[in-house]
Design a binder for this molecule. Structure first.
Ligand code: ZN
Length: 457
């Protein structure tokens, strides 16, 4: 009985364990079958050599920003940001493109784009891969082993244009230029100089690119190193271009700017004339691109030119480093250009003397004055045509005249040789058109700009 009991017990245990094994095996088989069955429908999106992907996945620069697959079999698109040292061929191959196909694509690209010259660090290029079935016939570049193959690449050429290279039905790569989906947005910014222009402008969101443009459009008027003081104000309106993801991809041109330097307001408007001249004009319709006045005095007679001459008092021949204009005592003298007063007072042979700094390149000097205008004080800003003083006969002078000098980068030059492109002054109907444009622009700025945004009065 004991033996039988033992036998029954062992028999039962065996049956139980066999049953359990069968159940476990069935479960495993089912799971495996389900897994494989699913896999037959949904192919893994990446069947490209995974080893090649590892550097991308670990490097912060190479993130697959978009890897789309919308149901099997679908196309894969990878976005790569170009890094320093990258070349297009290398990037395509690393992303999984077959070498001959990548080469053919680059060849097709060349009529539009030179990858050696035009590829920039940070450019985001999109590389597409197609499932084999779609283009099986088309793919003549061999290597059918892979389930996905390189189908094309999209490269940004400018903020609003793309070049798209795609494999066509004939199996060759074709390049096409396309417009990018961009959004233009007008930005208004304003602020007060507290530390310096760079810090204060960037703190209200102005990019260094826009700041560089601002400095450039005011270069005929202002020396930014010296003329900007604490408490001075700036206003700016410019265009920003964003991509589909709302990222800023480009800073457009400044449409309007106004600098308030102490009490001088200097607005500039970007305006295209009927004749197609695109320029910045001040509130009166004068181009910001202005020359220095050749004759900073009215009703005067040119009495001595620049160059060698026999000095009337000292008697020997020497260089005359300026131009003389004979005029009665008291005739007004004008600032030859916008700028700030550098020197006012007695200056040896020059007698009563004024020196104006126009920008970092040009200065002008005025000699033999009888008296100075009230506002002619060191550090004050002057506008082109503003009276700075009056003709006299002070210093080493034989008769009432203005001695006028132009100093370029510290050297006295012939005022007649100043080659600053002369500025356009809008007149008549063109001026009327401009004034309407100016008022619209002012309105646009004040509508865009909410006073409590970042502006303190
Ligand atoms: Zn002179």
């Amino acid at each position: 009985m004991k033996d039988r009991k033992i036998f029954v017990k062992t028999f039962k245990t065996r049956v139980v364990s066999i049953c359990l094994s069968i159940i476990i095996c069935t479960l495993i088989i089912t799971v495996v079958l389900i897994y494989f069955f699913r896999n037959e429908n949904i192919k893994p999106p990446i069947e490209i050599d995974n080893k090649q992907l590892i550097p991308f996945q670990t490097s912060s620069y190479h993130i697959w920003e978009a890897e789309t697959h919308t149901g099997p079999p679908s196309e894969i698109t990878r976005v790569i940001a170009i890094q320093s040292g990258d070349n297009l061929m290398g990037v395509l191959v690393r992303a999984g493109a077959e070498r001959p196909a990548a080469y053919a694509a680059i060849e097709a690209l060349k009529s539009y784009y030179d990858p050696r010259r035009d590829l920039n660090i940070g450019d985001e290029i999109q590389i597409s891969f197609s499932p084999e079935s779609h283009y099986q016939k088309a793919n003549k570049f061999g290597k059918i082993k892979r389930k996905y193959f390189f189908k094309g690449v999209t490269i940004p050429v400018s903020f609003d244009r793309l070049i798209k290279v795609t494999l066509n039905e004939e199996g060759t790569f074709e390049a096409n230029e396309e417009k990018r989906h961009i959004q233009r947005e007008t930005i208004a910014a304003s602020g007060i100089i507290k530390s310096n222009l760079f810090v204060d402008a960037t703190s209200v969101g102005v990019s260094p690119t826009i700041l560089a443009k601002l400095i450039s459009i005011y270069s005929f008027d202002i020396d930014f190193q010296r003329d900007l003081w604490k408490g001075d104000k700036f206003e700016l309106m410019y265009e920003q271009i964003r991509n589909e993801k709302r990222n800023i991809i480009h800073d457009g041109d400044i449409q309007y700017a106004k600098l308030t330097l102490r009490n001088t307001k200097l607005p500039l408007y970007r305006y295209k004339t009927s004749s197609g001249n695109l320029d910045y004009f001040n509130e009166k319709g004068n181009s910001a691109r202005k020359t220095l006045m050749l004759t900073p005095i009215d009703g005067a007679r040119l009495s001595s030119r620049f160059g060698k001459r026999k000095h009337p008092i000292l008697g020997y021949t020497r260089m005359h480093m300026g131009i003389d204009f004979a005029a009665p005592i008291g005739t007004p003298i004008y600032a030859a250009g916008n700028g700030s007063i550098l020197k006012v007072g007695r200056n040896g042979g020059y007698g009563n003397y004024v020196r104006i700094r126009h920008n970092s390149t040009y200065q002008t000097a005025y000699g033999h004055l009888s008296k100075f205008a009230k506002r002619t004080r060191v550090g004050n800003r002057v506008k082109q045509g503003q009276i700075i003083g009056f003709v006299g006969n002070t210093g080493r002078s034989t008769g009432p005249h203005l001695h006028y000098e132009v100093i370029r980068k510290g050297r006295k030059i012939n005022p007649r040789s100043v080659r600053i492109p002369s500025g356009e002054k809008l007149k008549g109907s063109e001026l009327k058109k401009f004034l309407v444009f100016r008022n619209t622009t002012n309105k646009k700025f004040s509508n865009l700009f909410k006073p409590n945004q970042n502006f303190t009065k």
